[in-house]
Design a protein around this ligand. Structure first.
Ligand SMILES: *[C@@H]1O[C@H](CO)[C@@H](O)[C@H](O)[C@H]1NC(C)=O
Ligand SMILES: *[C@@H]1O[C@H](CO)[C@@H](O)[C@H](O)[C@H]1NC(C)=O
Ligand SMILES: *[C@@H]1O[C@H](CO)[C@@H](O)[C@H](O)[C@H]1NC(C)=O
Length: 376
């Protein structure tokens, strides 16, 4: 009785074990774009429409990356109205896919990596110079996007910019954010809570002392892993970024002009695998099951920000429904045995928009083997 269920679980698992990572971005008119969500790309419109009765527009078109890699990230180049996609194609890991948000078309930029490690890096796109900066192992690398909104036939190159002060053997997972042409590294080895190590882009060097960004009551944001994303301005340089610790307990907005930190409400969806993207007036979360939520934000309005609450981007919920199973509930469901197949198909190919997909199915297979071992 048990083996057919086990076999079907294994087959299911093989067929959907692609680990996908959709990503969010905005265009310069602050339309929210969701790429690779439920296998398609979407324009969710501007913030005033997100909770309305409409539905996101399907903008899936030819030349897009397959969004089948583990750590896909998207960036808005504000001067060109282009979105750059890093690690969007597992078979073409070094390429940068460019979405021209004005022309609504894709092209693929070839990139030479040299010693840059595509399996281990984190990157920001510098707003003013349109250069990527990445920390890969113990070096900072740069890649000049020029003013590209479509690929150039000449390959671009990751260039070694500077050795990092972080020990090469330290397993540092960077929390990297951009503001004022300064790259901020949070949770850096040996740096106290509430402070950032700063890399000055225009001078290509690390500031010798970490910079503190205290909370209003003098305490500090935690020294912990998490996600960071920069708020945009209507024009010009970015001055604030959000830091969301992995436990989703709060949102910290660091202002590099005043050297202070606001504390805002943590995401309703507590998901250590969630990713974030900010516009001028919203922080948007993409959870691993494909749920998109946002927190309204107003620069300089600390009281309003403190009272702001998270809502779901409803126009995406209806267009690209999130996967219904979570890693923990799938694993638990399977452990109970009899309805294992049913649980598995609930997270089947129609809902592989989640980075957690592989983990879910690995959990199913392991649970199935565990159950089989007990049954046999
Ligand atoms: C994805 O990111 C994780 C965490 O940083 C890293 O361990 C892993 O090697 C990355 N995978 C790829 C294929 O880049
Ligand atoms: C300071 O504010 C933070 C965030 O509101 C809070 O978590 C912390 O407990 C406060 N610390 C003190 C010493 O009041
Ligand atoms: C914030 O910190 C930077 C770097 O230490 C410093 O140059 C700047 O004057 C500080 N700004 C304020 C408003 O204190």
């Amino acid at each position: 009785m048990f083996f057919p269920a086990l076999v079907s679980l294994l087959l299911l698992s093989t067929s959907v074990s692609v680990q996908a990572r959709p990503c969010l971005a905005f265009d310069i008119n602050w339309n929210l774009l969701a790429f690779g969500l439920d296998g398609k790309d979407w324009n969710a419109g501007t913030q005033d429409t997100w909770t309305g009765s409409g539905q996101a527009i399907d903008i899936t078109t030819s030349g897009r990356p397959p969004f089948d890699a583990a750590n896909t990230t998207c960036y808005l180049s504000q001067y060109t109205n282009a979105v750059y996609v890093l690690s969007g194609d597992s078979k073409n890991a070094s390429s940068i896919y460019i979405y021209d948000a004005s022309a609504k078309s894709w092209s693929t930029q070839a990139v030479e990596t040299g010693l840059f490690d595509l399996d281990s890096y984190d990157a920001i796109l510098d707003h003013d110079t349109n250069l990527f900066y990445a920390l890969s192992l113990d070096h900072v690398w740069s890649l000049d996007m020029g003013l590209l909104k479509a690929a150039n036939s000449t390959p671009l190159t990751w260039t070694d910019a500077e050795a990092s002060p972080f020990p090469p053997t330290y397993p540092y997972r960077p929390v990297m954010a951009l503001a004022q042409n300064h790259i901020h590294f949070l949770n850096a080895p040996g740096v106290p809570a509430g402070s950032a190590v700063i890399f000055l882009i225009h001078f290509a060097y690390f500031q010798s002392e970490p910079q503190p960004y205290p909370l209003p009551n003098g305490s500090a944001f935690p020294a912990t892993y998490g996600q960071a994303t920069s708020f945009f301005q209507a024009n010009g340089v970015q001055q604030e970024f959000a830091f969301i610790p992995e436990d989703s307990s709060a949102v910290y907005v660091i202002n590099v002009e005043t050297n202070t930190t606001q504390v805002l409400t943590g995401p309703t969806v507590k998901d250590p695998g969630a990713t974030y993207f900010a516009s001028i007036t919203a922080l948007v979360q993409l959870s691993t099951n494909g749920t998109v939520s946002f927190l309204p934000y107003q620069e300089g309005q600390t009281d309003a920000n403190a009272g702001a609450r998270w809502s779901k981007v409803g126009v995406l919920l209806s267009a690209a429904p999130p996967s219904t199973s979570t890693p923990s509930s799938s694993a638990t469901g399977t452990a109970s045995g009899a309805n294992a197949t049913g649980t598995g198909s609930a997270s089947g190919p129609g809902s592989t928009n989640a980075a957690a997909t592989t983990k879910i199915h690995l959990g199913l297979v392991l649970s199935a083997f565990g159950a089989a071992a007990i049954v046999v």
